[in-house]
Design a binder for this molecule. Structure first.
Ligand code: DC
Length: 220
């Protein structure tokens, strides 16, 4: 067991956990792990190499050797800046598929745990509090209704000049939740000792303050 504190923030896609986790990390001067990005990078790498997303052994091998680096807000796969590419809906779909493969999850475990460095880590994902950092000092499960999350994603897409359909985003969101929740290995579910935070009617700043308060209450 490590004495380096970890704040685990889990929840479904577009719940706002990425933004909340990053702001909490900045407020505390902690490191930040976007574990979903590792699954997205694995999927992108498999897609680029023409590997079938259900070829467990091959995708796990790619995950182990993933030449991923996070530098100054940008994400690199080898010498290619893939910061935007990994956010494409198709890559998110692919990430959800490869994330259901036990060998891929196992392949990414050590890599995720390596982010636990002084003075502390804020880890964002689906199984941070249940599996990867089960001894986290503070665990938060951030949710929002599928409709609220689809609406947030819709606004992001429109702001970036993409076209989007709200009903199909709600349907995608529900399908991805179902897959992430039903998978046999590390399903999306709150740790028994997690604080549940429903952000359907909450802004980002209030969520950040709630997480910081929970951490301060737990670490004393
Ligand atoms: O958080 P995100 O949308 O970037 O995650 C992409 C996919 O990766 C998502 O479908 C769930 C999966 N994932 C996971 O299974 N475990 C994690 N710790 C993080 C993400």
């Amino acid at each position: 067991m490590s004495s380096i504190p970890v704040i685990a923030i889990d929840g479904p896609s577009a719940s706002g956990k990425g933004t909340v986790a990053e702001r909490v990390a900045t407020a505390l001067g902690f490191h930040f792990l976007d574990s979903g990005a590792l699954y997205r990078l694995t999927a992108l790498s498999a897609m680029k190499q023409g590997a079938a997303l259900d070829d467990e052994a091959r995708v796990a091998e790619l995950a182990v050797t993933l030449p991923a680096t996070f530098r100054g807000g940008a994400i690199w796969l080898g010498d290619e800046n893939v910061t935007d590419a990994i956010r494409a809906e198709a890559v998110g779909e692919g990430a959800s598929k490869v994330a259901s493969l036990p060998a891929v999850r196992a392949a990414l475990l050590d890599r995720q745990r390596a982010y636990r460095q002084v003075p502390g880590l804020v880890a964002d994902g689906r199984d941070m509090g249940t599996v990867v950092f089960a001894d986290a000092v503070a665990k938060i499960f951030l949710t929002a209704s599928a409709e609220a999350r689809a609406e947030r994603r819709y606004k992001q897409l429109i702001e970036k000049g993409n076209s989007a359909s709200l009903p199909s985003l709600v349907a995608d969101m529900q399908a991805r939740d179902a897959r992430d929740t039903a998978r046999a290995v590390a399903p999306l579910k709150p740790a028994p000792d997690a604080l549940l935070l429903d952000t359907t009617h909450m802004d980002i700043e209030s969520a950040v303050q709630a997480v910081l308060a929970h951490y301060r209450n737990n670490c004393k």
